[in-house]
Design a protein around this ligand. Structure first.
Ligand code: ADP
Ligand code: 5GP
Length: 190
């Protein structure tokens, strides 16, 4: 059986990746979403096992030692990782897998899964990124500051050392939704 495709989305926090992923979840049938593990505390709307597997630091480290992650990284002061068994099981069954990984984790992931297609989502400007993070209302001012400082480094890293076949600027939301939908179809229909 032909293996399924792997589509990795990366973006600085606040660029609109969750919004665009929600859109393709609704409009492109048959995609499977990888659920990451994290030590970050859940946000009010988040459900364990659906948005993330929320783990203690100790549980997370036990999984690193057991080589259970396809990649893992510290992002904005918390640990995030992709369970390896789920990636393998999904693509081996011929299904297409969609993932959300930060730019450094994507680099580590590529070593094991060089066939993965990367989609980098960028904000139209740093001012607009700041506005979106504030308007979302999920982060403290301190956390927003950390995310903005990291955003510049992440974008620079992605554009020099990353492997992203597609770069998409999330300016007008309806336009960006149409573009992301068309790119995902291009990958899974190839
Ligand atoms: P991420 O998952 O990349 O951190 P989100 O999808 O949570 O980002 O988006 C951050 C905030 O910006 C949310 O409040 C979202 O509704 C808003 N947003 C997303 N895309 C756009 C856009 N094109 N124009 C204006 N606001 C947007
Ligand atoms: P958030 O805390 O806003 O949900 O996510 C913060 C960052 O963690 C985002 O940049 C997101 O892409 C990244 N992230 C989420 N899951 C994973 C993962 O499994 N691995 C890595 N490396 N990064 C992840």
């Amino acid at each position: 059986m032909k293996q399924g495709s792997i589509i990795v989305f990366s973006a600085p926090s606040g660029a609109g990746k969750t919004t665009l992923l929600d859109h393709i979840r609704r409009t492109v049938p048959g995609l499977v979403y990888s659920i990451s593990a994290t030590t970050r505390p859940p946000r009010p709307n988040e459900v364990d096992g659906r948005h993330y597997f929320f783990l203690s630091e100790q549980e997370f480290h036990r999984k690193i030692e057991g080589d259970e992650f396809a990649e893992w990284q510290a992002v904005h002061g918390h640990l995030y990782g992709t369970p390896r068994y789920f990636v393998d099981r999904t693509i081996e069954s011929g299904k297409h897998l969609v993932m959300d990984i930060d730019v450094y984790g994507k680099k580590m992931f590529d070593r094991h899964y060089p066939q993965a297609s990367g989609i980098l989502i960028l904000p139209p400007s740093m001012d607009e990124l700041t506005r979106r993070l504030r308007n979302r209302g999920t982060e403290s001012e301190e956390s927003i500051g950390v995310r903005l400082a990291n955003a510049k480094k992440e974008i620079a890293f992605a554009q020099t050392e990353g492997k992203y076949e597609y770069t998409l600027v999330n300016d007008d939301l309806e336009r960006a939704k149409a573009e992301v939908e068309s790119v995902v179809h291009e990958i899974i229909d190839s």
